[in-house]
Design a protein around this ligand. Structure first.
Ligand SMILES: Cc1ncc(COP(=O)(O)O)c(C=O)c1O
Length: 345
C-alpha cells in the first residue's frame, strides 16, 4: 500500500509513481503532447490554468459562460457564472461573459463580444465541456468547433473544465472526446481519485509546459503530486481500462437511461437531458425556480441525492450503483413526483 511505501513526498521530488501516473494521464487525456500539473481539487486546477494562461499571453480577460461553475477559490469563482460566483470581489472585472450555446449557436454574438472587448486583451476561454450542475447543458458539436476556431483565430487559449463531466461520467474518458476538442488546458478532479483522497490535475499542452521550461510559475503547493493522490489516480486510470468495469458501466448507463425514458412522458416532467450517467429532469412548474420550496434535503426524504437548478433536478449517480440502486432511484423519483406540486404555493 502506498501509505506504507511512501506516504508523503516533497512536491519537487521526482519518483517512479509520479512519472507513471503522469504518462497514463497524458494518454488518457489523449489530446497530443502535454504534461501534468497536480493539485488537490478542481478549483485549484482551474486556478492554475487561469494563472498560466494570463502569464503566458500577458492578457488579463478570461471569457466564460453565465451557466457555469468552476470552483470556490477566488479566481475560479470569478469565472463561475452561477450564484456561487457572486459577491466575492475576486477578478470578476477580468471576466468576459459569453452567451450560452442555445442563445448563440453560430457564435456570431460571441465573436462580437470578443471583438468589442479587444481580442488582444483575452487570455483564455474557460468552459465546462458539458455543464453539470447548471442544468446538464450539452452543446452541439458545431458550437464546440466554433469555439475552437475563434480561439485559434484570436490566439485565445482554451481551458476545458472536466471536473464534473470527466472520468467516464458521460460515456467517454473525458466529455471532450465526444467532440474531438484539442484544448490548451484540461482541468480534472473529483472522480480522478475515485473520491478516496482529495486530488486534481491540470493537463497542459506541451507548448504551455515549454513556456515554463524558461519561465517561473509561482506555485508552491505543499501537497502537490501527493503520493496518496497519485496512488488513487493510478488505480482509477487502470480501472477505466478494465473491461469488466467498462461493461458494468455501459450496462448501468443503459438501465439509467431506460429509467429516464420511462419518466419522459410523466405529466409533471417537461424534458429530460442525459449523457451517460449525468441527467437533468426539467419539471413543469408555475414558478421559474423550484429551489426555494424543493431543496436537496427534500430529496433525502425519498432516498434521493439530487441537486436542484431552477426547475431541474440534476442526477449524477455513482459508478458503483447497482441495478437494485437504480430501481430504488427511479422508485424514489416516482414517489417524489407524485408529491411534487407543479403549482407554486
Ligand atoms: C465543473 C466544476 N469545476 C470545478 C469544480 C470545483 O472542484 P472542487 O470542488 O474539487 O474544487 C466543480 C465542483 O463541483 C465543478 O463541478
Amino acid at each position: 500500500m502506498q501509505v506504507d511505501a511512501m506516504p508523503v513526498a516533497n512536491p519537487k521530488h521526482e519518483f517512479e509513481l509520479k512519472t507513471r501516473v503522469s504518462n497514463k494521464l497524458c494518454a488518457f487525456v489523449d489530446a497530443g503532447p502535454g504534461r501534468i500539473f497536480y493539485t488537490l481539487s478542481g478549483a485549484e486546477a482551474v486556478e492554475n490554468a487561469l494563472k498560466m494562461a494570463r502569464q503566458i499571453t500577458g492578457r488579463n480577460l478570461v471569457a466564460a459562460r453565465a451557466k457555469s461553475y468552476h470552483g470556490a477559490t477566488m479566481g475560479a469563482m470569478s469565472v463561475t457564472g452561477d450564484w456561487r460566483g457572486q459577491g466575492h470581489f475576486g477578478a470578476q472585472n477580468a471576466t468576459l461573459r459569453i452567451p450560452e450555446p442555445s442563445d448563440d449557436p453560430d457564435l456570431s454574438l460571441t465573436r462580437r463580444i470578443i471583438e468589442s472587448a479587444g481580442s488582444k486583451n483575452i487570455a483564455a476561454m474557460c468552459l465546462e465541456t458539458i455543464s453539470g450542475m447548471n442544468g446538464v447543458i450539452i452543446p452541439d458539436a458545431s458550437w464546440w468547433r466554433g469555439i475552437e476556431s475563434l480561439c485559434q483565430e484570436f490566439k485565445i487559449l482554451l481551458i476545458i473544465d472536466e471536473v464534473s463531466c470527466g472520468f467516464g461520467r458521460t460515456g467517454q474518458n473525458l466529455a471532450m472526446h465526444h467532440y474531438g476538442i484539442k484544448p490548451d488546458f484540461v482541468c480534472m478532479a473529483k472522480a480522478i481519485s475515485g473520491g478516496y483522497v482529495p486530488f486534481g490535475a491540470l493537463w497542459v499542452k506541451e507548448e504551455v509546459a515549454q513556456f515554463y521550461d524558461q519561465n517561473m510559475l509561482s506555485a508552491g503547493l505543499t501537497a502537490y503530486a501527493h503520493p496518496l493522490g497519485l496512488a488513487a489516480a493510478n488505480a482509477v486510470l487502470d480501472l477505466m481500462k478494465d473491461q469488466t468495469f467498462k461493461s458494468a458501466k455501459v450496462a448501468l448507463t443503459g438501465e439509467f437511461t431506460a429509467g429516464l425514458l420511462e419518466l419522459k412522458n410523466h405529466p409533471k416532467v417537461k424534458a429530460i437531458r442525459n449523457v451517460g450517467l449525468m441527467a437533468a429532469i426539467d419539471l413543469k412548474s408555475s414558478s421559474s425556480d423550484i429551489g426555494p420550496r424543493i431543496t436537496w434535503e427534500r430529496g433525502l426524504d425519498y432516498g434521493l441525492h439530487f441537486a436542484i437548478k431552477e426547475n431541474s433536478i440534476i442526477l449524477a449517480p455513482p459508478f458503483v450503483m447497482t441495478s437494485k440502486d437504480n430501481q430504488l432511484l427511479f422508485h424514489g423519483l416516482e414517489k417524489f413526483l407524485e408529491n411534487f406540486s407543479t403549482e407554486a404555493p
